[in-house]
Design a protein. Structure first.
Length: 182
């Protein structure tokens, strides 16, 4: 996504965030937005209709209201309708990502993807979470474990746009680069 589109999505997310923070419903809105994103991304026909330039805004808003009904709170529903009015419906997935980022920042939470050769135990995930949470100065680190057979051993942790590579394959690559550069 281009920087301009990201900035626009962040503005919508920030406006929604401010409204719901006052009401104390950050978690509820996050769940609603994740559901919206899941439905939109999981339904190619809905995505096609929302992004089609010849379908009127009123038809798109009506469709969104029918699809989500009373499942959405007023701030989320109104934000989606506003985005349709302003022809920003293609940015809804970006809005969701930006909102989650703002909500996590407010709660002192970060999301991490941990790549490993095997499924990590609950205690291993907790140890990684505690270690990196201290390193990043956050209260909690939510860990998603992804299996990557290319690692050989060890783990690789991705938090935001930062990668901490403690895998054997990563170490071998670093050694190889050092040997080649000499």
């Amino acid at each position: 996504m281009s920087k301009d589109r990201e900035v626009v999505a962040k503005r919508y997310a920030a406006a929604l965030f401010e409204v719901v923070r006052e009401k104390g419903s950050l978690d509820q809105v996050e769940k609603e937005l994740l559901k919206v994103n899941e439905v939109i991304q999981g339904n190619d026909r809905l995505l096609t209709v929302l992004n089609h330039p010849k379908i009127s805004s009123d038809d798109k808003k009506s469709l969104l209201s029918k699809v989500f009904g009373d499942d959405l709170s007023e701030p989320v529903h109104n934000t989606l309708l506003l985005m349709v009015d302003r022809k920003r419906e293609s940015m809804i997935p970006s809005l969701v990502d930006q909102y989650i980022e703002l909500a996590n920042e407010e709660r002192g939470i970060a999301d991490a993807t941990v790549y490993s050769v095997r499924v990590l135990t609950e205690s291993e995930q907790k140890a990684i979470s505690e270690s990196f949470a201290k390193h990043l100065n956050v209260n909690q680190l939510r860990v998603e474990n992804v299996i990557d057979q290319d690692l050989v051993g060890g783990v690789k942790v991705k938090i935001g746009n930062r990668i901490f590579d403690g895998s054997i394959s990563g170490k071998l690559n670093r050694i190889q680069r050092q040997l080649v550069s000499k």
